[in-house]
Design a protein. Sequence first.
Length: 314
Amino acid sequence: MNVTIFRAGFSSTIQDLGRFGSRQSGVSVGGALDPHALRVANLLVGNDDFAAGIEITFGGLQMGFSDERLVAWCGGEFEVDIPAGHAARMRAGDHLTFGKSKVGCRSWLAIAGGVDVPPVLGSRSTDLRAKFGGLDGRALRDGDELALGPRPAFGAATQKVSSWSAPHDWSNTARAVPILRVIRGTDWDLFSNAETFWREEFAVTPDSNRMGARLEGAELKRKEDVDLVSEAVAPGTIQVPPNGQPIVLLGDCQTIGGYPKIAHVITIDLPIAAQLRAGDRVRFREIELIDAHRLLAERERDFACFRTGLSLRA
């Protein structure tokens, strides 16, 4: 069975948890910019964690269903017929519409059975720069038909919208006043005014995308203008190019880079980074690596408990 895309919106793409094992060949991890949100949505509809869903940027998506399916979404604050973090039943002929975003800019929609497109390098994710994966390596267009996989065991519901839901912070990840917790980067000491990074507020610029959120604010000044050997970077790395304006790398970022790395966003705050939109103002707060590990372990423990709770409802 399938869904029909009546309106594709600003930029809607097929994404799963990403493309792993190919970074040595220069292939980005990609995938949902907030993989945790997609995991939660998949769990709510009975999919496995790696099922492909739809990443919706700035809304405008409208789709129709050819058979009964459970759907769930998580992410920014959008105008949608169903609340975030709840499973909802869509019947054959039903339409689902994502209106404009109020806070944040992205959401992740899971459909029972997952979006069924051929895997490329082990992932169904769309790589827009390399033009592969997803649906012909491109964003969705009006009139596209997306095949769905077999409906999972509890892919049907007795309620239109479930009375139970995921935790609010997992369902609604955008922040009106975003603060990103970071650990100091390996190149922190290369900056003469590094402490400015904690004190100042930075604005997100319009030329941000899935590769990274470009920021502008007080200039971060290097002590010496010397070339650095390119090293591995990853989603969350914060690089500072020669203009002194930081870039928060996101899921589609390159695999290596030669700009100094002043800090790195901790994993559980990447969902907040994924919601940054032009004009947002963001601050950074330092955290120790051991605390970042602890917070991630706590979230994974809570996710396992949530999975167990849902299995008891099936």
